[in-house]
Design a protein around this ligand. Structure first.
Ligand code: GAL
Length: 633
């Protein structure tokens, strides 16, 4: 596959006479894909039912005339002001009951069925109009579901829809009462109409109630997306895409992805380092202008799976952004490095956000490839360089990873609902496992728990999984490679009850968790072989082989044959040792990577990335700061 580059363009922000010059410059630079339209509803339909297509027709033609292909966004993340007059109750409501107002974007509640229909209608009209355009490459549906904390809404329409969802799921109110354990604290209901949303309760609401509400909220995103999928597919067979985000876990991306053809995500490494990576201050200082060395790759590997092998970066940070608490500029070389790293993880396309910096409105401090006056910004040259690199690379061929790391969205909701101690976070533990694997120079697939088979993998890791279904347990038991489950994996059934037989109930391992302890960040329990466990510790009673213990002798890692269970959250030193031991036992070829240096192996090439702000010596060679090495095989 030969990857291509593109950019995000807003013709509605610029006078028409600029479009031709812009298109020409994009093409001269070597870009081929232009995403547009995704926020343009008020320009396309200034009054209800009054459509203004001419400007979009012209913009697409101008781009197409330069040989550019268009990714057309449906504008449904930004319903115009008149939409609110039409649907007074369409606004999302936050956990405290505050209504989220018009005046920015994503104000809609996913449960508003009439808005969902209007969104599908505009998507359908666009599809009808542009399906046959020779310049149409694909569709982007909506924009960044979940951005600005918008999946979970406590509105009246959400409440009404939730009751319907519950009725469909449980059939009778007594089945719901049993599933939720409502006999506890006299929470039993007599009928579905009594059930409210689980906010503003006196103390914590029933976790089963919350989890069902989170499942419902995620399903509403799936439904919202599906409505547009159906509307577009009636007219167009071009690929359907959504642009997901970094560390947004409020909806099940796998399920949304099942209805689409390509997954994409919006990669802002510097903003994410500060507000989403969870990095300690020292680490943030060290990678301030480069981003965390594993955060982007984790999402590349996740979204490759969400897209069933087809994925892009739809928005790539090109300079300082405007929205993080602090907004440094990328170190020279990083825009090129991020681009090539995506390519090394088999991205089909990388598009820069945005073509030209906007001198007005919320994002005026957000860099583009051009400055507001159309002169080139510093990153322009790096894109030229990345294009030359891609030219030189030729075909980049996918290789099969030997390690699978299971990540699931329901576990994120479950452990947010019942952390049992601050800091137990399903994303965070998966991210730490991922870092430990990448330190060994390994390729990793981040995969869903219900994937068909793990047979392609020599090592499968399942940390922090809420519910260990019978089918996953059986698949892992028959898997020929090595497995490690835990901590906390399989500790609840799907109703959010403690599993019986008692956890961990991993096939092939005799072991019971007697109790769990959680600690504040200031506490840790030392391990006999070095390092500590922190945050989470399970008291294991087992007859299996004990492979790691606390200094006081209690088992922490146990194993029988291929199957292992980890009953604690190890710190970096201990986790690195444990994962290295497993990788060696699984027969994987490992190469210890220097801090901040990362490797990605493809069938056709090997890539080395130096995320450090200084040169690093690797395999006897100096790699410059923010440097990339690409070796054809
Ligand atoms: C993304 C979003 C874009 C733009 C960008 C700024 O989250 O999709 O529309 O706001 O962030 O970095």
């Amino acid at each position: 596959m030969k990857p291509v580059l593109g950019t995000c363009y807003y013709p509605e922000h610029w006078p028409e006479h600029k479009w031709r010059e812009d298109a020409k410059r994009m093409a001269e630079l070597g870009l081929t894909l232009i995403r547009l339209g995704e926020f343009s509803w008020s320009t396309l339909e200034p009054e209800p039912g009054q459509y203004e297509w001419a400007w979009l027709d012209a913009a697409i033609d101008v781009l197409g005339a330069e040989g550019l292909q268009v990714v057309l966004g449906t504008p449904t993340a930004t319903p115009p002001r008149w939409m609110l007059d039409r649907h007074l109750d369409m606004l999302a409501v936050d956990e405290n009951g505050a209504v989220r107002k018009f005046g920015s974007r994503r104000q809609y509640c996913f449960s508003h069925t009439a808005y969902r229909q209007d969104a599908a209608a505009i998507a359908g009209l666009m599809a009808e109009r542009y399906a046959d355009s020779p310049y149409l490459h694909s569709w982007q549906i909506d924009n960044e579901y979940g951005c600005h904390d918008t999946v979970v809404s406590y509105s009246a329409v959400a409440q009404a829809e939730f009751r319907v969802w519950l009725q469909q799921k449980y059939g009778t109110i007594s089945a719901l009462n049993d599933a939720w354990g409502n006999v506890f604290w006299s929470m039993e209901y007599q009928h579905f109409e009594q059930i409210e949303l689980p906010n503003l309760t006196v103390t914590e609401p029933n976790p089963s109630h919350v989890l069902d509400f989170r499942r419902f909220s995620s399903d509403q995103v799936v439904n919202f997306n599906q409505a547009q999928v159906n509307a577009i597919r009636q007219h167009s067979d071009k690929p359907l895409i959504h642009n997901y985000m970094g560390r947004i876990t409020e909806f099940d991306h796998y399920k949304v992805g099942d209805d689409l053809d390509i997954a994409s995500w919006d990669s802002y490494p510097l903003g994410f380092l500060v507000d989403r990576s969870g990095a300690e201050p020292d680490w943030q200082r060290r990678f301030e202008r480069q981003g965390d060395p594993d955060f982007q790759a984790l999402h590349h590997d996740l979204y490759r799976h969400v897209g069933r092998g087809r994925w892009w970066v739809m928005e790539q940070q090109p300079g300082p952004v405007n929205w993080a608490p602090f907004n440094p500029a990328p170190l020279p070389g990083m825009v090129r490095l991020w681009t090539l790293e995506a390519v090394a993880h088999h991205a089909e396309a990388v598009c820069y956000f945005r073509w030209r910096q906007a001198p007005f409105a919320q994002e005026q401090m957000h860099a583009g490839l051009l400055r507001p006056d159309s002169s080139e910004s510093l990153s322009f040259k790096e894109v030229e360089q990345a294009l030359a690199d891609i030219q030189q690379l030729g075909d980049v061929q996918v290789s099969q990873a030997e390690v699978a790391l299971v990540f699931d969205y329901e576990s994120c909701w479950a452990w947010e609902t019942q952390p049992q101690g601050q800091g137990f976070d399903a994303f965070a533990i998966v991210f730490e496992f991922y870092k430990a694997l990448r330190r060994l120079g390994l390729n990793v697939d981040v995969v869903r728990p219900d994937m068909e088979s793990f047979d392609d993998y020599k090592l499968v890791l399942v940390p922090g999984l809420f519910c260990l279904t019978e089918s996953l347990n059986a698949k892992l038991a028959s898997h020929k490679g090595l497995n490690m489950l835990g901590p906390r994996t399989g500790s609840r059934d799907e109703n959010f009850h403690i599993s019986q037989p008692l956890p961990p109930a991993v096939e092939g391992l005799e072991c019971v968790v007697d109790h769990v302890e959680t600690f504040p960040p200031t506490s840790a329990r030392p391990l006999s072989n070095g390092g500590n466990v922190h945050t989470w510790y399970e008291c294991l009673q087992t007859s299996a082989n004990v492979l790691e213990t606390l200094q006081t002798g209690e088992p922490v890692l146990i194993g029988n044959g291929n199957t292992h269970y980890l009953g604690a959250w190890p710190d970096t030193e201990a986790l690195n040792r444990i994962i290295q031991g497993l990788a060696e036992k699984a027969g994987l070829v490992i190469e210890l990577m220097p801090e901040g240096v990362r490797k990605r192996d493809c069938l056709s090439h090997e890539f080395i990335f130096n995320y450090n702000a200084q040169a690093v010596s690797f395999r006897g060679e100096q790699i410059e700061a923010a440097g990339v090495r690409m070796f054809p095989k």
